[in-house]
Design a protein around this ligand. Structure first.
Ligand code: TYD
Length: 133
């Protein structure tokens, strides 16, 4: 079962360099309220390790590659992100872990809500208690 959804943005190919655009609702299935990115991730480090109660996200490997493992409390699924014209949609109630960052990898996240620590579930046991039933 697919726990996330890979979407393909359009790629405007050009000998001067390619261009990809993401518009809310049209290319990404939610209103974009926040964008953040992680970079300079040391080899062997892991990001994520939490779930969100209401937040929807679209994760894009702007440069380099990394894996995203999704867990809905019952099943796990791992995606390799390595194209800046692809995005992984993560729905609320999904535990995510990002691993295997290549040197120079940049992970950009389009998010449906502003930052709210109250929206996080940071303990896996708490996540399992809610979603693993
Ligand atoms: P976190 O979401 O745990 O990072 P990741 O999932 O990428 O590993 O956030 C790490 C820290 O950054 C945490 O202290 C909260 C802070 N933060 C913000 O202040 N605003 C934000 O939009 C995000 C995503 C994180």
């Amino acid at each position: 079962m697919a726990l996330g959804k890979i979407i393909e943005f359009n790629k405007i190919s050009d000998p001067r360099g390619n261009l990809t655009v993401a518009e809310q609702w049209k290319d990404v299935p939610f209103e974009i309220h926040r964008v953040y990115w992680t970079y300079d991730v040391p080899g062997g480090e892991s990001r994520g390790g939490h779930a969100h109660k209401t937040l929807k996200q679209c994760v894009v490997a702007m440069s380099g590659s990394f894996t995203v493992t999704l867990d809905n409390g019952h099943e796990r699924c791992t995606y390799l992100l390595n194209h800046p014209w692809q995005g992984l949609i993560i729905e609320p109630g999904t535990w995510r872990t990002l691993d295997d960052f290549s040197t120079g990898a940049v992970c950009m996240v389009l998010a449906s809500e502003l930052y709210d620590e109250e929206d996080y579930i940071r303990e896996y046991d708490d996540f399992k208690a809610i979603y693993g039933k």
